[in-house]
Design a protein around this ligand. Structure first.
Ligand SMILES: [Zn+2]
Length: 294
């Protein structure tokens, strides 16, 4: 660079940044972002770049992923962001795009197809929160596990929220707290950590009291074998676990995720409140800790 070049080209980062902070021309900023002498000067130029077409141009034409990644971060146009998240040849660049991507279909595409693990899992986690109608979940980490929690008014609402989750990552647990108990969901299916209420539930609508009705069906939800095995392992460790099945109400047909046990039991439908009289056979599971009955 010449002695008479523009100040943003200065080898002195402070001088270059000072000059860049006065630049407004987007084309000049685009060149500075790619060619300034220091990284800090380049990042200062990126901070002032807003023209979406020019930023897209950098991403399409520059070969250096360390230039292309900060360029992606300046994007606000979801159409361009989803195109890069789906099509860019560099996994790290796609991941940068996924982080700011909000388009649900594009996220589903990445979660299902991206060859870069981190892009796929980031898309899954975003989908799990985005598709919920009730804002975001609070979450905490414990070792390798992630716990999301949410508060709802009833087991009906909890069930509806949890049924809608897709692409659940291993060691990721969603728990919805309600006045009638906490219902959880993980990669295997539904779970509870302590008994949830089975009578006088807050229900969705009332169809009139009908007692002693038989459910239409009692079926597994999610990964049948893994779910049974998880329940058996927890029980073998002396902790609380119940096999949760979907009870299709004999009155209204709604499927409530209910705690089950061997033998006869009564459960209230989460939607209409009708008490269903159900029965389940004993299930024997072969675990590393021996045979466990659940
Ligand atoms: Zn019902």
């Amino acid at each position: 660079m010449g002695l008479f070049g523009p100040a943003w080209q200065s080898e002195n980062p402070r001088k270059a940044i000072k000059a860049i902070n006065k630049l407004t021309d987007q084309n000049t900023l685009s060149i500075a972002a790619q060619e300034a002498a220091s990284w800090n000067a380049r990042l200062a130029a990126f901070d002032r770049l807003t023209d979406q077409q020019i930023i897209e141009g950098i991403i399409m034409s520059n070969a250096n992923p360390f230039i292309r990644m900060p360029a992606v971060e300046r994007l606000t146009d979801q159409r361009i962001i989803s195109s890069i998240a789906k099509n860019d040849k560099d996994g790290a660049v796609r991941l940068s795009a996924v982080k700011i991507l909000t388009d649900q279909l594009a996220l589903e595409y990445v979660a299902a197809n991206d060859t870069f693990d981190q892009a796929r899992s980031t898309a899954s986690i975003k989908l799990n929160t985005l598709i919920l109608p009730h804002g975001t979940w609070s979450f905490k980490r414990n070792g390798g596990s992630v716990y999301y929690s949410y508060k709802a008014d009833s087991l009906f609402v909890a069930g509806e929220i949890l049924k809608k989750l897709v692409f659940i990552q291993p060691q990721t647990y969603y728990m919805v707290d309600t006045p009638d108990g906490t219902l959880g969901r993980d990669a295997n299916g539904f779970f509870t950590e302590k008994p949830i209420k089975i009578r006088d539930l807050t229900i969705n609508s009332t169809l009139g009291e009908v007692d002693s009705i038989k459910p239409q069906s009692l079926t597994m939800f999610g990964e049948t074998i893994k779910n049974q095995s998880a329940v058996a392992h927890i029980k073998a460790n002396g902790q609380y676990a119940k096999l949760i099945l979907m009870m299709k109400c004999g009155k209204c047909g709604y499927e409530s995720p209910i705690e089950t046990e061997e033998g006869d039991f009564e459960r209230q439908c989460y939607s209409c409140g009708t008490i269903n009289k159900a029965h389940r056979a004993k299930i024997t599971v072969n675990t590393t800790m021996g045979i466990v009955e659940i």
